[in-house]
Ligand binder design. Structure first.
Ligand code: C2E
Ligand code: CA
Ligand code: CA
Ligand code: CA
Length: 279
């Protein structure tokens, strides 16, 4: 009826207003969080499954709101994407990660790379190559100490553009990891068409080891394929020793997950590193 239509329109209008208000306040909240030091990086080590040594460390963004406490990136990254702020967030992370890695190297830390997550929507909105180049230069860091983690969503829209972009990044010396592998829908052929170095098997596959029917076979096949393509293969979300053993037997190169170490704030991570090295 007419009445119903009008009511639902009023409702729609009200929720629109609430939404735009929310957007506005989120925008200013983000801005002040970036400027006011409410963002920080936590670090999770990746462990070599043959030597047992720490290979690299992934930085994971944390937002410490003075009132709300820690806000998870799963909550605020999609919001930052929607508000058009993801490039700013990623730029902050890239800069902070390069600064941190340069400092660790000065202090004698023996790790190969720091891994940085890049949002898929970054690629259409910002100049990732320029941001990366600037950060490396500013912190006097060799690009070989950096790994960028991208998801296949970043590549699907235009394979040719993706190839050009990845080549430019590789010219800076950085490595490219394909994050959350196995969760997307694109053809596997892009694995041979793009200059990818590292494949990270999504945690959802690892979580189902050893119980779920067919799952171990899928993981076995992914590891075999990655190795045949000369890709470095990482298992994410390893929580149990049975999973670590299974991956070791497959010849998976690297593991990451709570079983070895949770993401830690900088000082805790350094303590963990030193204890692992017997320092
Ligand atoms: P991701 O890149 O796939 O990161 C792995 C997530 O799994 C992290 O969640 C990590 O804390 C968590 N994790 C690690 N080991 C285990 C485990 O054994 N079990 C379980 N259940 N979880 C584990 P987190 O830190 O909440 O980050 C969520 C997602 O937010 C990330 O997924 C990434 O897509 C995004 N993200 C995080 N930091 C950044 C960033 O600096 N920039 C961008 N653009 N995205 C980020
Ligand atoms: Ca990641
Ligand atoms: Ca992942
Ligand atoms: Ca992810």
């Amino acid at each position: 009826s007419k009445e119903l239509g009008r009511n639902s329109f009023q409702l729609y209008k009200a929720s629109m207003n609430a939404r735009s208000l929310e957007r506005l306040s989120m925008l200013s909240r983000f801005q002040s969080a970036l400027e006011g030091g409410e963002f920080e990086l936590h670090y999770q080590p990746l462990r070599c499954l043959t030597s047992g040594r720490i290979m690299s460390v992934e930085c994971l963004l944390r937002w410490q709101d003075p009132n709300l406490g820690t806000i998870s990136p799963a909550q605020f990254i999609p919001l930052a994407e929607e508000l058009g702020l993801i490039v700013k967030v990623d730029q902050w992370v890239i800069n902070e990660a390069c600064r941190q890695m340069a400092q660790w190297l000065k202090e004698g830390l023996d790790i190969r790379r720091i891994a940085i997550n890049i949002s898929a929507s970054h690629l259409s909105q910002g100049d990732l190559v320029m941001t990366m180049a600037k950060a490396l230069e500013q912190h006097n860091l060799d690009g070989r100490y950096v790994e960028l983690e991208l998801t296949e969503t970043s590549f699907v829209s235009n394979l040719h553009d993706a190839k050009v972009l990845l080549k430019k990044l590789k010219n800076l010396g950085v490595s490219i990891a394909l994050d959350d592998f196995g969760t997307g829908y694109s053809a596997l052929s892009y694995l041979t068409k793009l200059p990818i170095d590292i494949l990270k098997i999504d945690a959802s596959f690892i979580a189902k080891i050893p119980d779920e029917y067919g799952n171990s076979e899928i993981v076995t096949a992914i590891v075999a394929m990655a190795k045949a393509l000369n890709l470095h293969v990482v298992a994410e979300g390893v929580e149990k020793s049975v999973q670590q053993k299974f991956l070791q037997k497959l010849g998976c190169h690297t593991m990451q997950g709570y079983h070895y170490c949770r993401p830690l704030p900088q000082s805790d991570w350094l303590n963990f590193y030193r204890s692992q090295r017997g320092l």
